[in-house]
Design a protein around this ligand. Structure first.
Ligand code: URP
Ligand code: ZN
Ligand code: ZN
Ligand code: ZN
Length: 472
């Protein structure tokens, strides 16, 4: 199957230009000036499909490096399966995800890894990789880290919060970091001071402060800044590269920026919710509504200026990339577990379908450039997590993961209108997007076109990742 995307503006992280893109089988075969006689043969007679992208952007497929499909968490399970969640991702112009294998304390890491491989096999609409979560760090976990790197799982997430569920103590964190420093893998950190948060939560509930807004109040920015600083120091001690996930506090951004200024391999990820949503407008909504936006780290107070700082840090590369932390729960039967106690609300927001559109608004509003949009949503995730060349770029030899994005199109987000995630509400209800994902090609196969899903479950393949290509 040969597909030619004609007359579009090809946008890579490094620049843009009018070009034709030829995809042959699963790979990009050529990127040439428009109308050029590709590969010396009559194009029209030799390709199976021509897509006219005049006036549109042709970008590398989005890579969402932080998702939790069907994750058991908070007394329930994330509502998107690998099937529904990856299909929704495709609708939104994302052609790869990196999800998390969960290991709870006492479980064997490699057994868990095999379970997650089985969960995802044959289910996904787009390509997928895995990070491995480590909670207690057993001796067998350390040897498993080496084995997993060889398997293409080159990043390990640790938690400084969620005691009794995920939390690793500082000694366990250092052990994992020491191993990462020797095998070249990346340590990802959920950086919040869990003991302090647990205390504040207990005190709030005891005082009768049980509504969703207290989720944010009991996870103050100081708990994020402190843990971010501690993680950076432990990484400094051990020499491990460190990637802080879901950064929401401007003070945590400043810790990351300071570490980077000293040449330390420290990186930061933020999520659309921290760029747009707030404690006042969302988490603090009347009644139980705020439960829709309970996630950790929490939405922060608009009055404190985090959002503006986060956009700014995306411009200056103090924050390197944007993932969703997609971890959806329905209001009915899931979020409502915490109807009378916010601490029982399962933590997570679903956005896997909307990341490309939401970040494109930053281009529309003049906050980031077109190239930076591609960089934070595709190219850097590919480099950060060892997929670049195969993913994250429109160039000969790369996988044919391509999105045709129409800047003149329009997308209304809402649970009724456009949303394909398995959720009974949208965290983005009513958002009107300038721009539209027109066509999505995943390894050479058109999976979204003309408002239709054309793929089948199992199209997606496991991505065997290498070591990070982003280290200083
Ligand atoms: O609220 C969140 N972030 N849920 C998913 C688990 C995590 O910490 O990433
Ligand atoms: Zn986390
Ligand atoms: Zn997460
Ligand atoms: Zn359109």
């Amino acid at each position: 199957m040969k597909t030619l995307i004609r007359n579009g503006t090809v946008v890579n992280a490094t620049g843009r230009g009018l070009a034709d893109v030829l995809i042959d089988g699963e790979k990009i075969a050529a990127v040439l000036a428009p109308g050029a006689n590709l590969l010396g043969f009559d194009v029209a007679a030799n390709v199976d499909r021509v897509i006219d992208a005049r006036g549109k952007y042709v970008i590398p497929g989005g890579i969402d490096a932080h998702t939790h499909m069907e994750m058991p968490f908070g007394g329930t399970q994330a509502s998107d399966t690998f099937e529904t969640g990856t299909r929704a991702a495709a609708w939104g112009g994302t052609t790869s995800i990196v999800d998390f294998v969960v290991q709870y304390a006492g479980e064997n890491v490699l057994d868990q890894y095999q379970k997650w491989q089985q969960k995802a096999a044959g289910e996904c609409a787009i390509d997928y990789g895995f990070h491995q979560i480590l909670s207690d760090v057993q001796d067998t976990s350390l040897t498993a880290m080496d084995e997993l790197v060889d398997e293409g799982v080159s990043s390990f997430k640790l938690f400084m919060a969620y005691k009794g569920v995920f939390l690793s103590d500082d000694g366990q964190i250092v052990k994992a970091m020491q191993r990462a420093a020797t095998n070249g893998s990346m340590i990802m950190m959920h950086a919040e001071n869990g003991s302090v948060i647990d205390l504040l939560v207990q005190q709030a509930v005891a005082a009768g402060n049980t509504s969703p807004v207290y989720h944010g109040v009991t996870r103050p920015w100081q708990a994020e800044e402190e843990a971010t600083h501690r993680a950076i120091m432990l990484a400094n001690l051990t020499g491990a590269p460190l990637y802080i996930v879901h950064v929401s506090a401007k003070q945590a951004v400043d810790q990351i920026a300071q570490a980077r200024d000293t040449g330390q391999n420290v990186f930061g990820e933020t999520c659309p919710q921290y760029l747009y949503l707030s404690l006042e407008d969302n988490l603090g909504a009347p009644g139980f509504e705020g439960a829709k936006w309970v996630c950790s780290t929490p939405l922060r107070a608009k009055a404190e200026g985090h959002q503006h700082h986060m956009w700014q840090s995306l411009r200056t590369n103090d924050i390197q990339m944007v993932s969703t932390d997609h971890c959806p729960f329905c209001m009915k039967g899931q979020k409502d577990l915490g109807l009378t106690d916010f601490s029982k609300i399962p933590n997570g927001i679903g956005s896997v379908e909307h990341r490309m559109d939401l970040l494109y608004q930053g281009v529309v509003d003049g906050k980031i450039s077109l190239e930076r949009w591609v960089e934070v949503c595709s190219t850097t995730p590919a480099r950060m997590f060892g997929m670049y060349g195969q993913k994250g770029v429109i160039a000969p030899g790369a996988d044919g993961d391509v999105v045709v994005y129409d800047p003149k199109g329009h997308t209304s987000i809402g649970v009724e209108q456009t949303h394909h995630m398995n959720m009974d509400y949208s965290a983005w209800e009513g958002y009107e997007i300038d721009g539209h994902v027109d066509t999505v090609i995943s390894r050479g196969k058109v999976v979204i076109d003309d408002f239709a899903y054309l793929g089948t479950k199992g199209d997606g393949r496991f991505i065997k990742r290498g070591l990070s290509q982003y280290l200083i």
